[in-house]
Design a protein around this ligand. Sequence first.
Ligand SMILES: [Zn+2]
Length: 82
Amino acid sequence: MAEAQSTRPGSTNTNRQKVLRKVPWIDGGMAGQSVYVLQCQRSGCGHEYGEEGIRVHQRRCPKCDGGAPGLPVPEPVPTLFG
Ligand SMILES: [Zn+2]
């Protein structure tokens, strides 16, 4: 389904929020929903935060685009960026 496409790591939604990775160990508060780490791609921002999968496709950055506060996320795994 189209829903799965929007949460694939590397994809970016229409508000320029990029999916970095899935965070399976965080309970986002919705039954059956995984949390994803998003990173803002807007100029000069780069803010990272968590969001439930069902909302990823319409997410706005909480730091520079007026979105709701994100969920807490663990530190990035260094090997992903090395
Ligand atoms: Zn931002």
